[in-house]
Every structure is written in structure tokens, then in C-alpha cells.
Design a protein around this ligand. Structure first.
Ligand code: PLP
Length: 378
């Protein structure tokens, strides 16, 4: 067998999409002419309307990042007490609860989708529960129907962290139409970005009014500050970049979709490797991430060993999401964090490996990464 050479350049798990610099300078000229840099300028207004259209949602509010957006979502629904969420997510998800003096209650995840297990939510509800904060992990939709049923039965609010689910649709319906509020992140590492940025979407005009006050210090007008708001505003430069990036997102999605197919083909038959969950026909995915699960007992090597092996070839995969949020020092003392309560999440956390996924990656690169993994197995 021929010896595999390391990649000449480091291959990271992702690489941001860069627009043509000329397009950015042209938009910058518009901003310089308008002499308006932030505070609800024209770029901001137009991006909100463009995104409502792309995401097929009735109402969208832009933010300077997804985390602040999620903090404001929690504030706008006046949540308190306990909120049921998932341990298999990015740190921001439980942190926004803690920053709002709410106790996160970790619910185990579904073995197939890696999302919160909707069938286990009910058993975690207490008189203090006010909401469910679910995450469409890696862009795979949660069981939105079941979650809504449970929420309706107990009078709970539902917030979705849709940071991974930009452009995902169920039956042609934008993923942001489910629950009370959904949050999108436009961080540079996401498939669609505004360098840093985010948004909240919801179906209620009154809620938009409250959200927009909360993201601007609670300032209603020159004479009145009506609530304890924060600075969640997105500036004109990043809003303008966001408008440009909307022209890139479909192309990027198509490229990533093709790369997904190659990973599937190359790794589909490997014993001990589980591919990303397959979604129903009616789901339109965004292909943002490519995540495998490695079962050490069958594959013969652990996830950590594969991760280290890839590094030798200059491939920097990531262990998303490891450690689980329930393992963080700030959460591990919670009752709901105990390993016995989260058996599925604890297994998945040790198996997941996020492989490089971005449009600039070539088919050849992906095949080589797969070869490294397969040769390591033998
Ligand atoms: C990226 C991300 C966030 C945070 O978004 P920022 O825009 O970086 O603040 C929250 N939740 C999940 C699941 C994410 O991946």
C-alpha cells in the first residue's frame, strides 16, 4: 500500500466563506455615503427583510451574536426557575440560562438524532419548569411536534437554538417557525455568517417590539427607558456583509452536500463508524457539519486515537460536543448532570468526531481523509 503523505497545508474542521473583497468595498462605499454605522441603519433593515424571506419566517430581529440573541429570547419570554435543555450542545446554550438566573435541567438525547429526547422531557418537568430550550444539533431537526405537545400540555414555552440549522426546512416550512422563538447564529464558522452576528425569529409582532427594545438598552424614545435591556445591535458593516453572504449560501450548501455524499460513500461500509443521521425526505438540510461516531469496540480504535492520528496528517478534526455541558465544572454538581441520568449523551460524547467540512475542500481531500481513517483501522 502506498504511504499517505500529510497534507501540505493544515486542514481545519471548517473555513469561513469569504465574499469577494470588491463586493465588500462597494457596500462599504454605500455606508460611508450614508454616514450611518450602527443603530438600525438601512443595511440592518434590508438584511432583516432579506433573511425573513430566505428563512421563510414572519418576523426577524438581528443581533450582534447568537449568544446575546438567546439571552434576550429568554428575557423576552420572562422565563425563570428551571428550563429543560440538552447537555449535547455548545457551551452558550446552558450559559444563557445561568446568566438569566435560571437552572438548566439536562435531559438525555436521542440515540439517532443526538437531539434532546422528546420522550424524556415530560419526566423532568417540575412546578418550577417554565420552558424547553432545544437545539437542532448539526442541523438535524428536533422532534418539533412532540416537543410542542409536551409544552402545550404543561404550559411551557419552547425556544430553539437553531445555530446549526440555517436554511433547514421541514415540508418546505422554515425551521424557525417552530416553537415560540428560534435563535440563529451568524458566526464566521457557520454556513451563513455576518462575521459575528445572530438573529431571533418568531411569529408575534408584539414580541418583536419587546425583543427590539431589549436589544437596545430598553430605550423606547428620548425620554423613556422601559426595561433593563442590553446592547445586542448588529452594525451596518456586518449587516452589509450579511447581505452579500446571502448570495453565497446556496452555492456553499451545494458544495458541502456533494462532500457529504463522498464522506458517506467512503465511510458508509466501515464497521464501527456511524454516519450522520439520515433525515426524512421532507427535510431540507444545510450540510453545515459532517460528524461521525466511532464505536471503539467495533472499530478497534477510540475516537481520541483517530483524532490524534488525523493530526499527524495535518487534519484538525474536532470533538463536537465533548465534553458535554453536564461535565463542565459549573454544571456537573446538578442532579440532572449525573451520568446515570444521561446514558445516551455520555456514550455519544465519547464517540463523536466532526470532520473537515467547507466548500473549498476538494473531493480528493475528503477521500484522502477517509483513507487515513480506514488505514488506521487496519
Ligand atoms: C455557534 C453556536 C452558538 C453561539 O452563537 P454565537 O453567534 O457564536 O454567539 C450557540 N449555540 C450553538 C449550538 C452554536 O453552535
Amino acid at each position: 500500500m502506498s504511504k499517505i503523505e500529510p497534507f501540505a497545508e493544515n486542514i481545519f474542521v471548517t473555513r469561513p466563506v469569504f465574499p469577494k473583497i470588491e463586493e465588500v468595498t462597494e457596500k462599504l462605499r454605500d455606508i460611508w455615503t450614508a454616514k450611518w454605522l450602527t443603530n438600525n441603519g438601512p443595511q440592518h433593515y434590508m438584511l432583516e427583510r432579506d433573511l425573513e424571506q430566505y428563512l421563510k419566517v414572519p418576523c426577524l430581529s438581528l443581533f450582534n451574536n447568537g449568544t446575546i440573541a438567546l439571552m434576550v429570547a429568554v428575557q423576552s419570554l420572562r422565563l425563570q426557575g428551571e428550563v429543560i435543555t440538552t447537555p449535547f450542545t455548545f457551551a452558550a446554550t446552558p450559559h444563557v440560562l445561568s446568566w438569566n438566573n435560571i437552572k438548566p435541567i439536562f435531559c438525555d438525547v436521542d440515540e439517532e438524532t443526538m437531539n434532546i429526547d422528546a420522550d424524556k422531557i415530560e419526566s423532568m418537568i417540575t412546578p418550577k419548569t417554565t420552558a424547553i430550550l432545544a437545539v437542532h444539533v448539526f442541523g438535524t431537526p428536533c422532534n418539533v411536534e412532540k416537543i410542542q405537545q409536551v409544552a402545550d400540555a404543561y404550559g411551557l414555552k419552547v425556544i430553539y437554538d437553531a445555530a446549526h440549522a440555517f436554511g433547514v426546512e421541514i415540508d418546505g416550512k422554515g425551521i424557525g417557525n417552530f416553537g415560540d422563538i428560534s435563535m440563529f447564529s451568524f458566526h464566521a464558522t457557520k454556513i451563513y455568517h455576518t462575521v459575528e452576528g445572530g438573529a431571533l425569529v418568531h411569529g408575534d409582532k408584539n414580541l418583536k417590539h419587546r425583543i427590539d427594545l431589549l436589544k437596545n438598552f430598553g430605550i423606547k424614545n428620548e425620554d423613556e427607558v422601559v426595561m433593563t435591556g442590553i446592547n445586542g445591535k448588529l452594525d451596518e458593516v456586518r449587516a452589509a456583509i450579511g447581505r452579500i453572504m446571502l448570495n453565497y449560501v446556496d452555492g456553499e450548501r451545494a458544495k458541502r452536500r456533494a462532500l457529504h455524499q463522498i464522506y458517506d460513500e467512503e465511510l458508509g461500509d466501515v464497521d464501527g463508524i456511524k454516519l450522520m443521521p439520515k433525515c426524512a425526505e421532507n427535510v431540507n438540510l444545510n450540510y453545515q457539519y459532517y460528524v461521525i461516531r466511532i464505536d471503539e469496540n467495533i472499530f478497534g480504535k477510540s475516537r481520541d486515537e483517530v483524532y490524534t492520528e488525523l493530526k499527524k496528517f495535518n487534519v484538525y478534526a474536532r470533538k463536537y460536543f465533548h465534553p458535554l455541558c453536564s461535565e463542565f465544572t459549573c454544571y456537573r454538581q446538578l442532579n440532572s448532570s449525573h451520568v446515570e441520568n444521561l446514558p445516551v449523551a455520555n456514550v455519544i460524547g465519547k464517540q463523536v468526531l466532526s470532520l473537515p467540512m467547507y466548500g473549498d475542500l476538494t473531493a480528493e481531500d475528503v477521500r484522502k481523509i477517509c483513507t487515513i481513517i480506514k488505514e488506521f483501522k487496519n
